[in-house]
Structures are given as structure tokens and as C-alpha cells.
Design a protein around this ligand. Structure first.
Ligand code: NDP
Ligand code: 2IT
Length: 453
């Protein structure tokens, strides 16, 4: 089987050159599946893996737009429709200068298994644009969204492909994207999730990824008869996921002591309470400023800028119990993981997608800590998108309590699926294997039953 995995990976690498994040994501999943493939030779025969790494289709397009000074810019847009064996393509849109085909393919690939884990009928997709939203005016953001949707609208639809937010795409952007879709198609329909509450959005969707990651961490703690009460937590990022992760940590009696953006991080040993969080939400979501301002505002907090080419991230060197990486991919390398374990961290719940490198994952697995990989721990966001889709189809909306309760139950179910799959396939306590196997089996069975397409 190890030959099968290495031959398979050689082919994936040869066929998809210069896409290291995609190789990384595929390698992790395939590695977890060895025991499954031994038990199910029919999946090898049907070339399920070979088919699952090949997107159903990829759209790549020009995104021209004019800035406020009248200058023209040309960006590149993408949508990867990865796999729709169990439901319409579903996954976010990312606006960030680091966006490439390879980054979006890794994200779309992860999304297939994540969406399967949610128990809801959603296939996997991802898209985005290499546009840098930093420092842009609202009007510039509106024009880029209009230009992007000016092509994307041909390829999506409520029963085909339903995008949502991701890095650089939040409520403001979803509004502009939805407005353009509605105008071009002359349809008011649930084609995007993360919509405003007065035009089809769901309560709790903004909170869902962060809340879900904390619910997942709580479930992992339950296996050791513990709760989040009194636990010190490191959180990275300061966007949507980080903000609501902190809110839920506070609600459950924990204490978050860090936050970051791409320039540096803040350490506040007194804890980021509700009042401080309200400041961050205004700073990041309304004024769109930098996290450095936090340390100017609150006594006792320190700001440390990131050094260029640093070999480890100083945020992960603080003593704590839990870590919630919530910024971006590969933000925890092998050295960071060692620092975390050394400083007493024994719970890691990934709010971001693939925030830990392969070396880092090995450190966590070897240390036998409670390590919840992104495709399980951050699935609450897309799960609540699925709940938004249901409400749109029924043309009604559920209360805050109802959506939160469903989200909580879904996170419990995902946790259970991971635990059971890891046990069944001989690696109890390994949530990486559990999530990959649990997510894979449902998609593989659907592909088998639907024939060679
Ligand atoms: P936001 O755009 O709201 O926030 C992103 C945060 O991460 C910002 O603080 C940003 O800092 C920081 N960041 C982004 N890119 C980098 C980078 N290259 N290096 C360092 N810091 C960076 O995005 P979200 O909070 O929505 O997303 C965060 C993570 O969570 C991503 O990995 C995303 O894929 C994942 N995720 C999001 C879901 C959602 O529902 N939104 C669902 C599931 C996963 P700066 O301001 O400097 O750019
Ligand atoms: O990575 C993710 O799961 C998201 N960005 C959310 C996707 C969605 O469709 O809500």
C-alpha cells in the first residue's frame, strides 16, 4: 500500500506542477486512506482517488477593474468545481494577492471532505481572485466584485454551485456579488451564502466558523473529561474566524490572549474580554485598520511585528492550554508545533484551512495531543451555509437559537464521526485520519453508486 501511495503522489505531483499546497493536502488525505483502500480494493479498481484529485472543471478568467483615480487594473479570477457527487458545489471565495490555481485547488480539495463531514448534501468547490483588498475604498471593492461576478454568474446557481466568503470576502463583498448576480440573471435566489439578514442570510452564519471551532475543541476536551472553563487560548488572525472564536471562548469561560494580522501579533495576558473584542470588531470590520492599534489602546498588551524570513512564529511561543490557528495556511511549521507542545498546549482546533505544515502535524500526532484538523474543526462555517441554503429553499428563516443548536449538534456529530472512523481503522485518537476517512467514505460510496462519470 505504501508503494501505491508514493506512486500515486508522484503522478499527482507530475500532473500538477508548482502546486505545493495542493500536493500537501492530497498527500495528507491519501496517507490517511491506506487502511481504507486495503479494506476496499474496489475503490482502487474504480480509480476513486485518481478521479477525486481531478477537478470536475476549473474556470479561470480576467477580472478588469478601474480604481478611484481612473487607473485600470487586471486581476485573475477562478472557480474550481471539484466534486459534486453528494450535492451542489459549495465553498468560499478568497480575495488575496497570494491566490493561485494551486492554493484554490488545495482549498477545493479540502472542502470536498469537509462538506461531506457536515452531514449536509454539499459537494466541494472554491474560488477567488488575486486582488489585494487592503487599502481599497468601498467603491473599488464594489467594482472588483461586479467585474468578478460579471463572469462567475455563468457558472454558478442555487442547484449548481453556491459560493460564500473566505479570506478577504465578508458580508460587504457578498452583498456586491449578490447584487450583480441578481441583476445579470434577473433571479433572487440562494446562490451565495453569508448574505445579509434582510435578503436571505442566516442568523449565526457570521459566527459559525469560530463558534464551531470552539465547539469542536470542547468535544475533544470531553474525551478527557475536561471543559474549556479556565483554559488559556492562543488565537491567530483577527478576521471573521478569529473574532467569533474569541467570543465563544469567552462565553465558555476560557481566556484568549493573542491575535494577529499579517504584520504582527498582540499578546494580552489579561485576556481579550468582550469590551476589547468589540474594539477589534470595529477596528477590523468597520475602520479596516491594523491590529497594532490594540496595543496602543489597551495597557498591558504588547505588539510584536513579524520579522521577514522568521523561522518560527513568536505567537506560538506563549504558555497556554489551547491553540486556535485562524489566519491562513501553513502558519504553524514544525518548529512552531514543537514550541506549542513544549509550552503546554494540548488542544489545537484549526479555524483556518491547513494552517499546520506536514511536519507540524507529525509533531502533534506524535505528542498525542487533541489535534482537530481544519476540515473537521472549521466545518461549522460551511455547515451553517448549508443551513442558510435550506432556509432559502423553504423561504423561511430560523431563530438564532435554532441555528446555533443545529450548528452545535453538527459539530458534535463531526467529532463523533472522526473518533469512530479513527478507531475503526486502527488509529484511535487520530483526528487527522478520522476526518479524512470519515469525509472520504461518503463521497467514495456516492461515486461508486453513480458510475464512471
Ligand atoms: P478574514 O479575511 O476575515 O481574516 C483573515 C485574517 O488572517 C486576517 O487577520 C489576516 O490578516 C490574516 N491573514 C490572511 N492571510 C494571511 C497571511 N498570508 N499571513 C498572515 N496573516 C494572514 O478571513 P477569515 O477569518 O474568514 O479566514 C481565516 C481562515 O479561516 C482562512 O484560512 C479561511 O480559509 C478559513 N476559514 C474561513 C471560513 C469562513 O467562514 N470565513 C470557514 C472555514 C475556514 P491581514 O488583515 O493582515 O490580511
Ligand atoms: O473554508 C470554508 O469552509 C469556507 N470558507 C466557508 C465556505 C462556505 O461555503 O460557507
Amino acid at each position: 500500500m505504501s508503494n501505491y501511495v508514493s506512486d500515486f503522489m508522484s503522478e499527482v505531483i507530475a500532473k500538477n506542477p508548482a502546486q505545493p499546497e495542493f500536493h500537501q493536502a492530497v498527500h495528507e488525505v491519501v496517507n490517511s486512506l491506506a487502511a481504507v483502500l486495503e479494506k476496499h480494493p474496489e475503490y482502487c479498481k474504480a480509480k476513486i482517488l485518481e478521479r477525486i484529485v481531478e477537478p470536475d472543471r476549473v474556470f479561470m478568467f480576467r477580472v478588469p477593474w478601474m480604481d478611484d483615480a481612473g487607473e485600470i487594473h487586471v486581476n485573475r479570477g477562478y472557480r474550481i468545481q471539484m466534486n459534486n457527487a453528494i450535492g451542489p458545489y459549495k465553498g468560499g471565495l478568497r480575495f488575496h494577492p497570494s491566490v493561485t490555481l494551486g492554493i484554490l485547488k488545495f482549498l477545493a480539495f479540502e472542502q470536498v471532505f469537509k462538506n461531506s463531514l457536515t452531514t449536509l448534501p454539499m459537494g466541494g468547490g472554491k474560488g477567488g481572485c488575486d486582488f489585494d483588498p487592503k487599502g481599497k475604498s468601498d467603491n473599488e471593492i464594489m467594482r472588483i466584485c461586479q467585474s468578478f461576478m460579471g463572469e462567475l454568474f455563468r457558472h454558478i446557481g442555487p442547484d449548481t454551485d453556491v459560493p460564500a466568503g473566505d479570506i478577504g470576502v465578508g458580508g460587504r463583498e457578498i452583498g456586491f456579488l449578490f447584487g450583480t448576480y441578481r441583476k445579470l440573471r434577473n433571479e433572487f435566489t440562494g446562490v451565495l451564502t453569508g448574505k445579509g439578514l434582510e435578503w436571505g442570510g442566516s442568523l449565526i452564519r457570521p459566527e459559525a466558523t469560530g463558534y464551531g471551532a470552539v465547539y469542536f475543541a470542547s468535544e475533544m476536551l470531553t474525551t478527557r473529561n475536561q471543559t474549556l472553563e479556565g483554559k488559556t487560548c492562543l488565537v491567530s488572525g483577527s478576521g471573521n474566524v478569529a473574532q467569533y472564536t474569541i467570543e465563544k471562548i469567552n462565553q465558555l469561560g476560557g481566556k484568549a490572549v493573542t491575535l494577529s494580522d499579517s504584520n504582527g501579533y498582540v499578546y494580552d495576558p489579561a485576556g481579550i474580554d468582550g469590551k476589547k473584542l468589540a474594539f477589534i470588531m470595529d477596528l477590523k470590520n468597520v475602520r479596516r485598520g491594523r491590529i497594532k492599534e490594540y496595543a496602543d489602546k489597551f495597557k498591558g498588551a504588547t505588539y510584536t511585528p513579524f520579522a521577514i524570513n522568521q523561522d518560527h512564529d513568536p505567537l506560538w511561543t506563549h504558555k497556554a492550554d489551547c491553540a486556535f490557528p485562524s489566519a491562513t495556511q501553513n502558519e504553524i511549521n514544525g518548529k512552531d508545533a514543537k514550541n506549542l507542545v513544549k509550552n503546554g498546549i494540548y488542544v489545537v482546533a484549526e479555524g483556518a484551512n491547513m494552517p499546520t505544515t506536514a511536519e507540524g502535524v507529525d509533531v502533534f500526532i506524535d505528542a498525542k495531543i487533541l489535534y482537530g484538523p481544519g476540515k473537521a474543526a472549521n466545518a461549522g462555517g460551511v455547515a451553517t451555509s448549508g443551513l442558510e441554503m435550506s432556509q432559502n429553499s423553504m423561504r423561511l428563516s430560523w431563530t438564532r437559537e435554532e441555528v446555533d443548536q443545529r450548528l452545535h449538534q453538527i459539530m458534535k456529530n463531526i467529532h463523533k464521526t472522526c473518533v469512530q472512523a479513527a478507531e475503526t481503522y486502527g488509529t484511535p485518537g487520530n483526528y487527522v485520519n478520522g476526518a479524512n476517512i470519515g469525509g472520504f467514505l461518503k463521497v467514495a460510496r456516492a461515486m461508486m453508486e453513480q458510475g464512471l462519470v
